[in-house]
Design a binder for this molecule. Sequence first.
Ligand code: CO
Length: 215
Amino acid sequence: MNHRIDQLLRNNQAFVETQLRLDPGYFTQLAMGQHPEFLWIGCSDSRVPPNHITGTDPGDMFVHRNIANLVVQTDMNMLSVLQYAVEVLHVRHIIVCGHHGCGGVKAAMGEHSHGLIDNWLRTVKDTQQFYWRELSALDEDARFDRMVELNVIEQVNSLGKTSIVQNAWNSGAALALHGWVFDLHSGRILPQTGSIESSAAMQEICKFANGLVGH
Ligand code: CO
């Protein structure tokens, strides 16, 4: 049973040897500290490893992951990561990345109970309800894909409303938010928003400005 775990440790040994061959000072440099330019808020799904799909290295990206890549305003874990990334590490970009085929979004779209996680996914149900007019016109597969995209847009919206991002913008910090969807079928990242660098730019993706509210 442990041979799979042993394999991971052997892989790690190979990683060390490869890195040292490429650059004998690699780990000395890594140990000196981190200055990541990006904060990644993504899904816990094993098929969406942020460094791997973006060609980034250790040290490039501060990472927070949870089921369905949610930015929940009362999530102390996410808020702590966000505050540290923005106020201490001074990241320049925050990427919220969802993915087509997201099990969390799928679970939220259904009517079955999945236990505790129903509470976590509650805001995804809210998003579905909010955009139901648009979603109800789509077939099941298209609706699922669209929900993943709308969920990302909603999470970017939620991110931009946090006191941490608002304070950063108000103090003149250069901080850009981005909403992406990773398409599992093609491996491509599909941007869902432009680069959002101010409260004014937030309004463009804000649900109250997109004409869908109230129908
Ligand atoms: Co997912």
